[in-house]
Design a protein around this ligand. Structure first.
Ligand code: 13P
Length: 241
């Protein structure tokens, strides 16, 4: 059986003290699932140090679509790899919304991530208006469309996965229903191929993690708010196996 994956996305939260506290605790735990934490860029090095020698991995929340060079403020995939990151989240809806990342940008970023051998987590998701208008599947299909060029060049299921994060479920306390999750995960696997892992994200908590993890087609979860709480995050990791 393939291990489920639990990824904590700290977003723009945390401090040296909080990261120390949470990761010192995390490193003493053991889970059946593959667990990673994506902390803000200034803390990546610290997180890698804290988790050294443990089974837990550190990831970035974003990466530049460019290689090293004159791009002030950007962080390249090579740098992430150099400081010990193993994965990167790409195209989170907050990046698409606040930083105008397009599907083309997302594919460019994934290409950089794959070039240096990091694992990519590509986020997709529809707004409530799109879902209400019956356009959720079409939106997701269009967000996935450009990935096929990289897949044709060898980007297999061992190189990246997709995180389905309905925008209306992020940070709202209102996770998608089991039926909605099952049906969209099946759709994503139909678009990309069933061997690609699909994570669910959006109001995953200790209280709903077991149920979400048991839904057909759910290969793991991407956790925002609850990943900052060591107890809640631990319960979610345990629910994943
Ligand atoms: P919440 O778990 O806080 O809803 O955030 C989900 C998310 O955006 C993870 O990337």
């Amino acid at each position: 059986m393939i291990r489920k994956r639990v990824v904590g996305n700290w977003k723009m939260n945390g401090s040296t003290a909080v990261i120390g506290e949470v990761l010192d605790q995390l490193r003493t735990e053991r889970y059946g699932a593959e667990v990673s934490v994506c902390v803000p860029a200034p803390y990546l090095h610290l997180a890698v140090d804290k988790l050294a020698g443990s089974p837990f991995q550190v990831g970035a929340q974003n990466v530049s679509e460019y290689g090293d060079g004159a791009y002030t403020g950007e962080v390249s995939a090579r740098m992430l790899k150099d400081v010990g990151c193993k994965l990167a989240i790409i195209g989170h809806s907050e990046r698409r919304r606040y930083f105008a990342e397009s599907d083309a940008t997302v594919v460019g970023k994934l290409a950089r991530v794959l070039e240096v051998g990091l694992y990519g987590i590509v986020c997709v998701g529809e707004t409530l208006a799109e879902r209400d208008a019956g356009r959720a599947e079409a939106k997701i299909e269009s967000q996935l469309a450009q990935l096929h060029t990289l897949m044709a060049r060898g980007a297999g299921p061992d190189r990246f996965c997709v995180a389905y994060e309905p925008i209306w479920a992020i940070g709202t306390g209102r996770a998608a229903s089991s039926e909605q999750i099952a049906s969209m995960h099946e759709w994503i696997k139909r678009c990309l191929g069933s061997s690609y892992a699909v994570l669910y994200g959006g109001s995953v908590k200790a209280g709903n993690a077991t149920e979400i993890m048991s839904i057909a087609g759910v290969d793991g979860v991407l956790v925002g708010g609850a990943s900052l709480d060591v107890k809640d995050f631990g319960e979610i990791c345990r629910a994943a196996g």
